[in-house]
Design a protein around this ligand. Structure first.
Ligand code: NAI
Length: 409
C-alpha cells in the first residue's frame, strides 16, 4: 500500500488508508517518548483495521536535531512539510531563556496559523490525584492561540513607546502612572468566532451536552465581554437546531440532542471545575484564561504527565504533549511517554480513525489501572511496577493486542 497525503475538502479532512504523516521527535526526552509511542500506535491501527490501514511516518528535523544538521531550529522545509501533510506528531522543543532562538512553538503556530489549542483533560485510574473524585472531570479545553495579551504588544517602562502611549492615555484621563510598563489586550471578532465555532462544532459532532464560554466580561467588557457576545452570535447564526445559547432558552428545557452553550466568569470557573466538574464537557475561552484553566484542570487529574495537546488551524494540526523537554531526565529511559501516547489518541481521532483511537486510550488506561507506570507517576507507592519509557510503550502495545483479541474472541 503506497502512502499518500491527507486532503482537505469543504472544511473536512479526506484521509487515505495509508496516510503519510509528519513526525517531529524534538529535543530532550522528545525522541524517547516518540520512539516509545510508535509501537503502541502501530498496534492500535493494526488491531483495528488489520492490514487495511497504516500510517507512514515522515520523520523530520526540528530543534537541536535540525541545528546539528546545520539548519535553523525550525527549518522552512519542516514547516512546509507540515503544511502539505496537514497532520504532525511533535515532541517538545527547547526554548532558551534570556537570548538564543525564538520559541519554535510560537513560530510554528504563527507560520501555520494554528489558532486553537485543544486540551482534553480526564482522569485515569491509578494516577495519584489531589481531589476526592477525580473521575468527575472529563473536559476538552479550546483555548484561543493567536491574540489576547499574549500577542506580544508590550512596552517596557521608560521606553519612548511607553511614554508616548502613557501620555496619550493620561491626556484622556486614564489613570496610568508615568512609571508603568504597558501591554495591550487584543480580542477580535473573527478570531473569537472561529475559536467558538470549532468548539461548538466539536461538541455537535461528538454529541456532547454542553459548551461553556469562559470570559472575564464583567470587568473587561470590550475584549472578554465581546468574546462572549461574538461567540453567542456564532451559535445563533450557524448552529440553529444543533446548539442553543442558554439565555435564549428563557427557562425552557434544552431540546433533545441540542448542545447547550452557557458561560462562566473565569474566576467562578476555577471554583466550578473543582466543585461541580461533571457539569462541563467543552470549555471555549480566550488565550490567557485558557492557559490558566488548562494547567489547573490537568493538576486536578494528576498533572501534566498525562495531559495531551494539539495546536490546530484550518485543515492543519500539530499534536504534542503538554510537558517540556525535561533536560534533567533526558537520555535516562525514565521519561513518561503517557502524554505522547494520549496525544496520539487525539491524532487518531482527528483523522477519523476512532476505533484505533479508542483502543489506544483503553489500553493506556488499562496499563495504568493495573499498577504499571513510569517512576514520575509511581511516586514510590507500594504495589506499583515501575516501567522504563520503552517498557511502558511496549506494555501499552501488548495491552492493545490483548484487548483486541478479547473483543475478537
Ligand atoms: P518540563 O515539562 O520539561 O519539566 C518539568 C518537570 O517535569 C521536570 O522535573 C521534568 O523532569 C518533569 N517531566 C516533564 N515531562 C516528563 C515526562 N514525560 N516524564 C517524566 N517527567 C517529566 O518543563 P521545563 O523544565 O519548564 O522546560 C524544559 C524545556 O522544555 C524548556 O526549554 C521549555 O522551553 C521547553 N518546553 C517545551 C514545550 C513544548 O515544546 N511544547 C512545552 C513546555 C516546555
Amino acid at each position: 500500500m503506497e502512502a499518500s497525503l491527507i486532503g482537505f475538502v469543504d472544511g473536512r479532512l479526506v484521509v487515505p488508508d495509508n496516510p503519510e504523516l509528519v513526525a517531529l521527535p524534538g529535543d530532550g526526552i522528545g525522541p524517547e517518548v516518540y520512539e516509545a509511542t510508535c509501537p503502541a500506535i502501530a498496534a492500535a491501527v493494526e488491531a483495528s483495521y488489520g492490514g487495511r490501514r497504516a500510517i507512514t511516518w515522515r520523520v523530520l528535523p526540528i530543534g537541536q536535531a535540525a541545528v546539528a544538521q546545520g539548519l535553523d531550529p525550525l527549518p522552512e522545509g519542516t514547516v512546509e512539510a507540515v503544511r502539505r501533510h496537514r497532520v504532525a506528531l511533535k515532541g517538545p522543543t527547547m526554548t532558551p531563556t534570556g537570548g538564543g532562538h525564538r520559541s519554535i512553538n510560537v513560530r510554528l503556530r504563527q507560520a501555520l496559523d494554528l489558532f486553537r489549542s485543544v486540551r482534553p483533560v480526564r482522569y485515569f485510574e491509578g494516577v495519584k490525584s489531589p481531589v476526592r473524585n477525580p473521575h468527575a472531570l472529563n473536559v476538552v479545553i479550546y483555548r484561543e492561540n493567536t491574540e489576547d495579551v499574549y500577542a506580544g504588544i508590550e512596552f517596557a517602562q521608560g521606553t519612548p513607546e511607553a511614554t508616548e502611549l502613557g501620555d496619550w492615555l493620561r491626556a484622556r484621563n486614564f489613570d496610568v502612572p508615568d512609571d508603568a510598563g504597558l501591554g495591550i489586550k487584543v480580542i477580535s471578532k473573527a478570531r473569537s468566532q472561529r475559536l467558538v465555532r470549532a468548539a461548538v462544532r466539536y461538541a455537535v459532532d461528538r454529541r456532547l451536552r454542553r459548551v461553556t464560554l469562559v470570559h472575564k466580561g464583567n470587568i473587561m467588557k470590550a475584549t472578554e465581554g465581546a468574546f462572549l457576545r461574538w461567540g453567542q452570535e456564532v451559535v445563533r447564526q450557524e448552529f440553529a437546531g444543533q446548539a442553543v445559547v442558554a439565555s435564549d432558552l428563557k427557562g425552557a428545557p434544552v431540546p433533545e440532542g441540542v448542545v447547550l452553550v452557557d458561560d462562566r466568569i473565569a474566576d467562578a470557573m476555577f471554583q466550578d471545575l473543582i466543585l461541580t466538574p461533571s457539569k462541563f464537557d467543552v470549555i471555549a475561552t480566550t488565550n490567557i484564561n485558557g492557559d490558566y484553566i488548562s494547567d489547573a484542570a490537568a493538576a486536578q487529574v494528576g498533572g501534566l504527565g498525562v495531559a495531551p495537546g494539539a495546536n490546530v488551524g484550518e485543515g492543519i494540526a500539530v499534536f504534542e504533549p503538554t510537558h517540556g523537554t525535561a533536560p534533567d531526565i533526558a537520555g535516562k529511559g525514565v521519561a513518561n511517554p503517557g502524554s505522547m501516547i494520549l496525544t496520539a489518541v487525539m491524532l487518531l481521532e482527528h483523522i477519523g480513525w476512532d476505533e484505533a483511537s479508542r483502543l489506544l486510550m483503553m489500553a493506556f488506561a488499562a496499563v495504568l489501572a493495573s499498577g504499571r507506570m513510569t517512576g514520575d507517576l509511581a511516586l514510590g507507592r507500594p504495589g506499583i511496577q515501575v516501567l522504563s519509557t520503552s517498557g511502558f510503550g511496549d506494555a501499552v502495545a501488548a495491552e492493545v493486542r490483548r484487548l483486541a483479541a478479547l473483543t475478537a474472541g
